[in-house]
Design a protein around this ligand. Sequence first.
Ligand code: VGL
Ligand code: ZN
Length: 201
Amino acid sequence: MKSALLVVDVQNDFCPGGALAVPEGDAIIPGINALMDRFETVVLTQDWHPPGHCGFASSHAGRTPGDWVEMPYGPQILWPDHCVQETQGAGFHSGLRRDRVSLVQRKGWRLEIDSYSAFRENDRITPTGLEDWLREQGIGAITLVGLATDFCVADSAVDAAGLGFEVEVILDLCRGIDLDGSLAASLARMQAAGVRLSQAR
Ligand code: VGL
Ligand code: ZN
């Protein structure tokens, strides 16, 4: 079975100094770069929000990051402005290899729907197109690494497993945000979905 490496959101805003910095977010980059040589197909995801995006606290009067709001599609956490299209923060970390990349899958570009998963947006309906692309490439197994373990990595892994892919997450090549126990909860969610949790070393 053909495998793909899915590198989730290794962007400046999720690394130290960024707008939504994940602790040690940049520490995983050398390991991810080394792993790329083991896969013919490497996909990068890129969180790519328009200014005024619905997932930003600044788009909701009187709200601050960490607040929950009710969106038409359900509850949604609000974040600081991050990964705004065409900004430096939305760019990939300069240390991340680009030579082996087959596809860049952007997500979260709709003003009214946030998207953590690389497969389906937060309304849980709208597809990103990645599933079809992977199937057209004959890929049946996916290995995930990147940021953040408890949001975009976990949601992507759970969706991939639900779509019938064989899924592995290499935990020491991910880092989490851990908001109110979200890290432990995400590990349980991934395990329940049949995702294999492993370690690079
Ligand atoms: C992410 C929160 C908001 C992530 C993206 O990459 O995990 N988290 N947007
Ligand atoms: Zn985002």
